[in-house]
Write a protein that binds this ligand. Structure first.
Ligand SMILES: *Cc1c(COP(=O)(O)O)cnc(C)c1O
Length: 233
């Protein structure tokens, strides 16, 4: 293995152990939480290393970068998660390579996603991104909790999208434990109306333990596996 592959393997081992420990501490069975490695800013060669280490799911947040990397890695059996802010004029294109679109936060995205999935001839899994910001906070990404049910119905009505659950990012400057506790309550009421939408994507390098404590089924981990990204984003 190259030095880079060695470093990724070592980091991955640490992250997998953190997930197992957090599951055990939350009284959840081992294997209850899936790892999505966030590969944004890192080259396709790293994605290839990850696949060789048994990673099955990767996440990207920018359309052009994601599209190019997915094409370069088309020979690998990976599930591509789109986790970034989504423009409606890019949504159809995203649905042409993403297996899971985690950042659906408004009804305007549903039509283009549905068209893109249809053109590709396969189902695309959808998570609704829910905002954990206080109401009225500017620049929120994610739907307000009150809007989730309506948005979910739009997704359910639109083939070939499959509503699988919710995604959230803990707001900066707040204790992630408090934010994810709020998320768990939002999810609980959401599941009453949409019992099949059991996925909860929450938790990153810095807060995956708190997310797992509050029911995350998927964690999205970037820097803890691949190292620091350049700061320009
Ligand atoms: C970049 C990113 C992550 C991963 O963040 P790390 O702190 O590097 O683990 C997770 N989720 C989203 C939505 C991201 O944009």
């Amino acid at each position: 293995m190259t030095a880079r592959a060695d470093a990724i393997a070592a980091n991955l081992e640490v992250v997998r152990r953190r997930i197992d420990t957090a599951c055990a501490e939350a009284g959840r069975p081992e294997g209850d939480v899936s790892l999505v490695v966030v590969t944004k800013f890192f080259p396709a060669s790293d994605v290839r290393v990850l696949a060789g280490l048994g990673v099955t799911d990767v996440g990207e947040n920018r359309h052009q970068e994601a599209e190019a990397k997915a094409a370069e890695c088309a020979d690998l059996a990976l599930r591509w998660h789109f986790i970034g802010g989504l423009q409606s004029n890019k949504a159809a294109a995203v649905a042409s390579y993403a297996d899971v679109v985690e950042s659906v936060d408004r009804a305007k995205l549903v039509g283009p996603l549905s068209r893109g999935a249809h053109a590709r001839g396969r189902d695309v899994d959808v998570l609704l991104q829910v905002s954990l910001d206080p109401p009225g906070a500017g620049n929120r990404s994610g739907a307000a909790p009150d809007d989730l049910d309506g948005l979910a119905r739009r997704v359910e009505e639109a083939g070939p999208l499959r509503l699988r659950g919710l995604m959230a990012v803990a707001p900066l400057g707040e204790d992630p434990d408090a934010a994810f506790a709020r998320l768990a309550r939002v999810r609980e009421s959401f599941l009453l109306e949409h019992p099949g939408a059991t996925v909860l994507s929450a938790g990153m390098s810095g807060d995956l333990e708190a997310a797992i404590r509050h029911g995350a089924t998927h964690v999205r981990v970037g820097s803890a596996v691949l190292g620091e990204r350049p700061t320009v984003q």
